[in-house]
Design a binder for this molecule. Sequence first.
Ligand code: CP3
Length: 340
Amino acid sequence: MIFIDACFGKETPYTPVWMMRQAGRYLPEYMEVRKRVGSFLDMTRDPEVVKEVTIQPIDILDVDAAILFSDILNLPMEMGLPLRFEKGVGPVFDKTVSTEEDIDNLDSKADEKLRYVYEGVRLIRKNLPSNKALIGFAGSPCTIATYMVEGRGSKQYAKIKKLLYTNPMMLHRLLSFNTKETIEYLKKQIEAGADAVMIFDSWGGALEKEKFFEFSWNYMKEIAKEIKSLYPHIPVIGFSKGVGLYMDGMDGEFDVIGVDWNTPIEYALNIFKNRYTLQGNLEPTRLYSKSAIKEGVEKIASVMKGNRHIFNLGHGILPDVPVENAKYFVKLVKEVTSIK
Ligand code: CP3
């Protein structure tokens, strides 16, 4: 699998490419399934649907990796916090974690309740072409803790930051719980057939530098270390958003580091050299224009030529991007980066 080779820094015939949120609302085929099933959450709980939707972008765009169709919030949901998606708001937990007792009450068997995910992974791997990789994933302990404490997306993160500065030990206790569950969750995804795993940390950059390492990155490192000790052949991808200026302190047993679109990739390359494969980082809204795609792809390709790289967007694809442009992006990456 060219994607896995690139994760380990082996030479590949071209730079492999996939897109965050590649199975999503910009695809009419996805919208059809969503209409049939009714809701996003119900889609994630039906292994047949998970399989169908995960494979759509492989068939339609010919990307080099499929990413499990699910959400980072299924895990806290199965810890006993009912989840709903509210139109115009996004994910909402009506029950949140605000006391030590709330942590005591979280279900430490959440990983066992996510059988629909593992069954989905098994079905995907059975149906995916053998040269395409399947990426499993989880949210970072800190990002899911943020939702568990705040209850919903937030601009100020006031509740979790108040906890961080007034009762750091309690937050560490919650993060340790999340870390343990996440390790079990990822292990089970790997046992079911995931070829690589990725940890999504969307809010790392909302913390000041020393707190980012203490409360977010260190727990991601712990997950990577445990997974690598058990499965050295499975690449681990770490992706924190908004942390470009913290990169000089980022280490750990990752194979790949995701680079968001705010961080110039030459900056990340200069820091990491070829210690990790870098994944990213086309500005997602460039997908609105073919000439913007071409300019962006050529720039990134020229910086990363001869270096460890997986092409991706710097964050998820947006719902109103023309499918034709997404196809153009994938085809162009392969052309521009081909060893001729
Ligand atoms: O990249 C992938 O396609 C893998 C699957 C994946 C999804 N969400 C699917 C999804 C992953 C890895 C995520 C991550 C995620 N989900 C994060 C962390 C990192 C990031 O990318 O920002 C967060 C904070 C969430 C929580 C969440 N789920 C939000 C904020 C939303 C958007 C809600 C909205 O109203 O738009 C979701 C929904 C969601 N997750 C969709 C998909 C494809 C859209 C589903 C739909 O409306 O049909």
